[in-house]
Design a protein around this ligand. Structure first.
Ligand SMILES: C[S@@+](CC[C@H](N)C(=O)[O-])C[C@H]1O[C@@H](n2cnc3c(N)ncnc32)[C@H](O)[C@@H]1O
Length: 228
């Protein structure tokens, strides 16, 4: 019988956390919800704050739901491939900001990029570069991630971090509003295999226009990743 190999536990989790029933308190949604994009989890948190108003049975049911969410979080994190030390460093630099992609989302992006064999990637919204670096790690040595970031200070901070990472040189940062950058890239005839839109959702229509200008260039566009 073939042995099924499990991934090593993610570095964010203590090595003792082996049992599916164990819950790492760092994933408890009561504490992570402020950093969660998932509207269901945020609503669940609102409800938890009102637990004292609920009848006993409903409160107990709420605890069960909350515990199931925690178990799911723990399970996903433990079963996801461990990230590189460079990615961990960048994720930690972003702190608890809910703007940054998390470990799970980073690895998901990496998987998508590998699956589509993308070589040239465009990202709208760099922040500390967690998503950009995850994607850069999945492309070949001569591949490129072009990432748009509006904040000049943010660009400076992120560039320093990326300079210290082995795959950081594959990332080209374009500072300024993404819409302007995209128009310029399109005018220059630039094309991309994979696009990750993670900012400035209001301009999405414009992005599609640019995409049309690029015609057959784009095979994949991912609008944000909501894994929790
Ligand atoms: C959600 S964060 C991006 C997170 C990042 N993709 C990651 O994987 O961690 C959005 C980033 O986009 C930047 N941003 C917001 N509006 C923008 C715009 N119009 N053009 C370029 N960047 C923008 C913000 O400054 C912020 O750093």
């Amino acid at each position: 019988m073939r042995e099924i190999k499990r991934n090593p536990p993610c570095s964010r989790f203590p090595p003792t956390l082996r049992n599916d029933n164990d819950i790492d308190t760092r994933t408890k949604h009561t504490t992570m919800s402020s950093s969660s994009y998932d509207p269901a989890i945020r609503k669940l948190d609102e409800l938890l704050k009102m637990k004292h108003l609920l009848p006993k049975e409903a409160a107990a049911m709420l605890d069960t739901v909350s515990s199931l969410v925690d178990k799911r979080e723990s399970y996903c994190a433990r079963m996801t491939t461990e990230e590189s030390p460079a990615l961990t460093k960048i994720r930690e630099a972003a702190g608890t900001s809910r703007m940054a992609t998390n470990h799970l989302e980073g690895q998901f992006l990496k998987t998508l990029v590998s699956m589509t064999r993308a070589k040239k990637i465009l990202e709208v919204g760099l922040f500390f570069g967690h998503g950009a670096l995850a994607m850069a790690e999945a492309i070949p040595a001569d591949g490129t991630v072009v990432s748009c970031e509006i904040g000049a200070e943010q660009v400076e901070k992120t560039q320093k971090l990326l300079d210290q990472s082995p795959h950081g040189k594959k990332i080209q940062i374009k500072q300024g509003p993404a819409k302007d950058t995209l128009l310029k890239l399109a005018e220059e005839g630039d094309t991309f295999d994979f696009i990750f839109v993670d900012a400035d959702k209001q301009s999405q229509e414009e992005y599609y226009k640019v995409r049309m200008m690029n015609n057959d260039a784009v095979s994949q566009i991912i609008h944000h990743v909501h894994l929790r």
